[in-house]
Design a binder for this molecule. Structure first.
Ligand SMILES: [Zn+2]
Length: 116
């Protein structure tokens, strides 16, 4: 029944900053260099360490495709770009809007929902 699927409709999951950070620690430990995020556009998975080595800042790892920094593929996806296809939104205390972020490479939807 693929004809009925709405490919442009993305399910959104909102999670508090603290809960999101706790989920990251649960998955990968305290060192964000070990955290892994998945690009929603090309599916590429990269760790904080790879971002650091590519010259990116820690904030880039959950908002930009690693390809932007390595320049080794056509994907230049950013969470804050014109099109927002990120499923996960982080509710941060000092920001007046929900922040779209890439998904953790090893988390399932339930992990975000159960962790509240
Ligand atoms: Zn990508």
């Amino acid at each position: 029944m693929t004809s009925k699927e709405k490919t442009h409709e993305v399910k959104r999951i909102s999670i508090k900053l603290e809960d999101w950070q706790n989920l990251g620690k649960k998955l990968y430990g305290d060192d964000i260099e070990n955290w892994k995020f998945k690009c929603p556009a090309c599916g590429r998975i990269a760790s904080g360490k790879e971002f650091k080595e590519a010259g990116a800042t820690p904030d880039d790892m959950y908002q930009c495709c690693i390809s932007r920094f390595k320049n080794d593929s056509d994907c230049k996806w950013c969470a804050w770009g014109l099109f927002d296809i990120c499923k996960i939104r982080v509710i941060a205390p000092n920001v007046d809007h929900e922040v779209p972020v890439f998904e953790f490479a090893d988390a399932k939807e339930e992990d975000y929902e159960n962790d509240r």
